[in-house]
Design a protein around this ligand. Structure first.
Ligand SMILES: Nc1ncnc2c1ncn2[C@@H]1O[C@H](COP(=O)(O)OP(=O)(O)OP(=O)(O)O)[C@@H](O)[C@H]1O
Length: 263
């Protein structure tokens, strides 16, 4: 029997008296895009931090293709095939685009510091091969980014920074990519470009799946196969967006947020 790509069961974390994520079940299948939506402070980023191993769950389990990864540290979860981006950019501004992608490959390159000292020729050959792969990856996602591969990441506009972060996540050859609000700060044109990038990347990599936290309902309506709604740490709905958006609980969660904003 084949396992789902990612299977989260009863995932919970408590910070003192606050249960930030409460008994969340979530399944991500192969070649699937799932959006996580919910009001501000609902627990979406905390759920990402749990899945990527930044936080250790108080309860619950996580499986990647049937293998139990509960409680694994972040570096081991990344090496197992779960890559992510953050709400705020984590690019190295003083490095070139190509070097930023190369850094994303570190979980897949074998040479370490000792190889560089003891077997410099082997380490150099591996680095050169990785640089070629990084260039190819940049080109595959965006010929425009590839044309600028030797410029510093700090010079990129916001939309290109987000694209570069996706390329960097891809460099680790992941099975799951988690994007935390990838369209934030983008206009409609850039968001359309982002959706096209995700679709293209998925078409080129059978089996790869995306888990995306989003607030832009235009993207949420158009891109994912499924939408999971989080409110007060709990999952209150999971399914097709056209159905989920009509559910009274979901509407109440968003209306509650609007009321709070207008208070
Ligand atoms: N390390 C922490 N210690 C204590 N409380 C935390 C911690 N991280 C998150 N929280 C709390 O957990 C709750 C969920 O926060 P989280 O950032 O996950 O929400 P979110 O759904 O991602 O919100 P947004 O859409 O605004 O980014 C909030 O009440 C937040 O203050």
């Amino acid at each position: 029997m084949s396992h789902p790509l990612l299977e989260v069961r009863g995932l919970s974390i408590r910070f003192g008296g606050l249960v930030a994520v409460a008994e969340v079940d979530l399944t991500l299948n192969h070649s699937e895009v799932v959006c996580i939506i919910g009001p501000n402070g609902a627990g979406k980023s905390t759920l990402f931090n749990l899945i990527s191993g930044i936080y250790r769950p108080t309860h619950g389990s996580m499986k990647l293709e049937g293998k139990d990864i509960t409680g694994w540290p972040a570096h081991r979860i990344a090496a197992a095939g779960i890559a992510r981006t953050f709400q705020s950019s984590r690019l190295f501004n003083d490095l070139t685009l190509l070097d930023n992608v190369l850094i994303g490959m570190h979980t897949r390159t074998r040479s370490g510091v000792f190889d560089a000292l003891l077997r410099p020729a082997t380490a150099r050959a591996e680095l050169e091969a990785a640089a070629v792969r990084a260039g190819e990856l940049l080109h595959a996602v965006s010929p425009q980014l590839h044309a600028r591969r030797h410029t510093l990441a700090g010079a990129l506009p916001q939309a290109d920074r987000r694209r570069l972060e996706i390329v960097r996540a891809l460099a680790s050859e992941p099975r799951v990519i988690m994007l935390d609000e990838p369209s934030s700060g983008m206009d409609d044109r850039d968001t359309d470009g982002l959706m096209a990038d995700v679709r293209r990347v998925m078409a080129e990599r059978p089996g790869l799946s995306f888990l995306i936290i989003e607030h832009d309902m235009r993207l949420v309506a158009a891109l994912p196969d499924r939408v999971a709604v989080i409110d007060y740490g709990r999952k209150i709905a999971d399914g097709d967006f056209s159905q989920v958006r009509l559910m009274p609980r979901v509407q109440e969660a968003y209306l509650g947020q609007k009321a709070a904003h207008h208070a």
